[in-house]
Design a protein around this ligand. Structure first.
Ligand code: GDP
Ligand code: MG
Length: 601
């Protein structure tokens, strides 16, 4: 398709504002998916996405759309809809999907108004110079207030509230008008058709049958089947086995030209060989400059993953190897814990990424796992100048420390104004610094904070929701790191450190963490033949202490008389129980105690 007949757009929306439903309606109205094949949320392919209603991986789909001009002649346009992942953990992937477009449909639930994710994604769209089409969705709802929120949108992006389209993804109302608006308002792509090819990778997905499928947006030149391509960040070359468009099933084409969006198959088996943000060019006539914006995915949150049944360790290792093929951001290395046995220290983009990986491991590989409390990455500089990157609190260096740096995020919180005070309190208690505050309308406020990522990782979202009865929304983006006054707190049983419970916390919070963990463990550890002190310590200084009192636990005392077989049974039962115990020093701790202590409640 000639560039002037192409339109590349994405839909940006807060979760649940109806992006997938609207996409479904567009697929139906443009005729690419007929009603029989239609199933709800056609584009959300992964089970996990469907169940949780979140889109993790972006997809692109091409739709034909005829528009009759003023001269009465109908032109056949091709609309490429690029679905962006909706969650904060994947900001970088969102920004690459946006960079593949010229315009964005800014979709807002007419009963909810603008939310934090709407804003965060809007800012990314504006950074990429996209044309914004404001749209209010769900106008069929009785609670819809399109006038009010049209005003809010107009205040935010400028323009007239009347220019804001009103649609219902559910009934289809207004969707034809929206498709026409996309053609009319969003600029056609431009690029140099005679220049060496340059295409940006905005997604890359592993498929068991076809290997890695790479989604690209061609900026200059042309890509054709059978030619050799060069990945500019790695300098690796591959043969293009197949090239095509998703319509929405994969449809091979004779090539992709300026402005086109489609997929490439080269036979590579690992998404790391085809990275989001990278530039694809011709190997025999390479472009000299990459398209800007390539960035290596950087894990921000770490956690230890251990099989509950130690014999599952090889299954866990194979499962991680498999997941990695489709997840360039997942990193892991083997780790052993005295408390938990053999496992892996895994790095994730954020908390949701962690949850998704964990859930896939448990579901797709039927593993039962324990995960240690998530932590961020710390850069530790010692007095003698040596540096350590700490991804596991139990490996925090001993000795004289000059400085510790921790990652910091820029957070956007949207809230009805009655909750502003409560949010300020929460953010203050989490070492946040208020950067600015704006009223979007009379009763709704945007608050901007910088906060340590470590504080967000620790149940910030739940606290925010409970303080605002679910009304506030949050989005954040990592912005760098900052020095902080941090210490490592160890938890000791009978003088032995339990590695799985070590945590790096702010100096002012060391005491409350120590008291909390010692208290929890006191209730979870069964009485032993001897007294068991539970201590929390910073270095050699004890900051909290609890005691599990001794108990003479003689199972045989229960048997009167001499029933030998009954005695034997009891002894065997006791031995059985021991098997699921881990021994810390002389103390037997049931595995359930670790699981319970590590689960946040
Ligand atoms: P997404 O998270 O933005 O992809 O949102 P979904 O498309 O999954 O929609 C979230 C919820 O809103 C679902 O329960 C939809 O059925 C519902 N929904 C979406 N669009 C409409 C609409 O136009 N009207 C009504 N009444 N409900 C809608
Ligand atoms: Mg969705």
């Amino acid at each position: 398709t000639a560039p002037h007949l192409l339109r590349n757009f994405c839909i940006i929306a807060h979760i649940d504002h109806g992006k997938s439903t609207l996409a479904d309606r567009m697929l139906q109205l443009t005729g690419v998916v007929d009603s029989r094949a239609m199933r709800a949320q056609y584009l959300d392919r992964m089970d996990i996405e469907r169940e949780r209603g979140i889109t993790i991986k972006s997809q692109a789909v091409r739709m034909p759309w005829g528009v009759t001009g003023d001269d009465g002649v109908e032109s056949a346009y091709a609309l490429n809809m690029i679905d962006t992942p909706g969650h904060v953990d994947f900001t970088y992937e969102v920004s690459r999907s946006l960079a593949a477009c010229e315009g964005a449909v800014l979709l807002v639930d007419a009963a909810q108004g603008i939310e934090a994710q709407t804003l965060a994604n809007l800012y990314l769209a504006l950074e990429n110079d996209l044309t914004i089409i404001p749209v209010l969705n769900k106008i069929d709802l009785p609670a819809a207030q399109p006038e009010k929120y049209a005003e809010e949108l107009a205040n935010l992006i400028g323009g007239d509230p009347e220019d804001c389209l009103r649609v219902s993804g559910k009934t289809g109302a207004g969707v034809v008008e929206l498709l026409d608006r996309i053609v009319a308002d969003i600029p056609a792509p431009t690029g140099d058709p005679t220049a060496p090819a340059r295409a940006m990778i905005f997604d890359s997905v592993y498929d068991t049958y076809r290997g890695v499928v790479t989604y690209v947006r061609v900026v200059d030149g042309q890509l054709s089947p059978r030619e050799r391509i060069l990945m500019m960040s790695t300098r690796a070359t591959h043969e293009l086995l197949e090239i095509g468009v998703s319509a929405p099933e994969p449809t091979p084409t004779r090539g992709l030209g300026v402005g086109e969006v489609g997929y490439l198959i080269t036979g590579v088996k690992d998404v790391r060989q085809s990275r989001v943000g990278d530039t694809v060019t011709n190997a025999h006539k390479p472009a000299s400059d990459e398209l800007g914006g390539y960035r290596d995915p950087k894990p921000m949150v770490f956690s230890g993953l251990y099989p509950i049944d130690g014999s599952d360790y090889p299954v866990l290792r194979d499962a991680l190897d498999r997941l990695k093929l489709n997840d360039a951001a997942l990193v892991y290395e083997p780790e052993t814990s005295a408390a938990l046995g053999f496992g892996f220290r895994c790095g994730f983009l954020g908390l949701l990424h962690l949850e998704i990986v964990r859930e896939r491991l448990e579901r797709e590989f039927t593993l039962d796992l324990i995960s240690t409390a998530p932590n961020v990455v710390y850069d530790v500089t010692m007095e003698d100048g040596t540096e350590h990157v700490v991804t596991n609190p139990s490996e925090y260096p001993a000795g004289k420390i000059r400085e510790v740096r921790e990652p910091v995020v820029r957070a956007t919180i949207l809230t009805p104004n009655e909750f502003v005070g409560g949010i300020m309190e929460l953010c203050q208690s989490r070492r946040g610094a208020l950067q600015g505050m704006d009223y979007l309308s009379e009763d709704r406020v945007e608050m901007r904070y910088t906060l340590p990522l470590a504080e967000i990782v620790f149940d910030f979202f739940d606290q925010l929701k409970s303080k605002t009865r679910g009304y506030a929304s949050l989005d954040y983006e990592t912005t760098g790191d900052a020095p902080a006054d941090l210490v490592k707190v160890d938890i000791l049983l009978q003088g032995e450190t339990v590695d799985a419970f070590s945590a790096i916390v702010h100096k002012d919070k060391a005491y409350s963490y120590g008291v909390m963990m010692a208290g929890k463990l006191k209730d979870l550890i069964p009485r032993q033949q001897f007294e068991v002190p539970i201590q929390a310590a910073v270095g050699s200084r004890i900051i909290a202490r609890e005691t599990v009192r001794a108990m003479r636990k003689d199972v045989l005392a229960k048997c009167y008389g001499g029933d030998i077989s009954r005695k034997r049974k009891l002894l065997e039962k006791q031995k059985e129980g021991k098997k699921r115990m881990k021994t810390i020093g002389r103390v037997d701790v049931p595995q359930e105690a670790f699981i319970a202590a590590l689960s946040s409640d």
